[in-house]
Ligand binder design. Structure first.
Ligand code: ZN
Length: 144
């Protein structure tokens, strides 16, 4: 991946081909939360009810690349979006998953787990979904 010349609102470069960077252009209806450093959206095309992407707005690769303001604000943002997802979905639990393998840009998949869904089910689904996404990103056609 290489940096392009388009800039994020706070001045950081976007990286071509980076899905978390591309979410900066998400439609307004896909946005759950945004502040100067963090954003949470539905990733259109990857949308699953109750699933969201929480990401650093700047292309920061991993925890070590965060600047002080980004790192300090994470806990408040995580609590805010978690409460919002719980309020909207009625789910008692929101999982935060972060791999960083396909896109090193620090981001989390947030998954609302409804009360009537077994705790292992979202993990099984996320694991399966991640494998499908990895195949799609390598140019393997989506299953029909
Ligand atoms: Zn990025």
């Amino acid at each position: 991946m290489s940096a392009t010349t388009s800039a994020l609102p706070q001045g950081g470069p976007r990286v071509a081909g980076c899905l978390p960077c591309e979410l900066e252009s998400a439609s307004a209806r896909a946005v759950l939360y945004r502040d100067e450093n963090w954003a949470c959206e539905v990733a259109e095309g990857y949308d699953v009810p109750g699933w969201f992407v929480l990401r650093a707005r700047r292309h920061a690769e991993g925890w070590g690349a965060l600047i002080a303001g980004e790192a300090a604000g994470f806990g408040v943002v995580a609590q805010t979006v978690s409460k919002a997802i719980q309020a909207v979905t009625g789910a008692p639990t929101v999982y935060f998953i972060s791999f960083g393998e396909n896109y090193p840009h620090l981001h989390f998949l947030l998954i609302a787990r409804p009360e009537d869904l077994a705790p292992a089910a979202p993990w099984t689904s996320a694991n399966s979904s991640t494998r499908r996404s990895m195949r799609w990103n390598r140019g393997i056609p989506r299953p029909t």
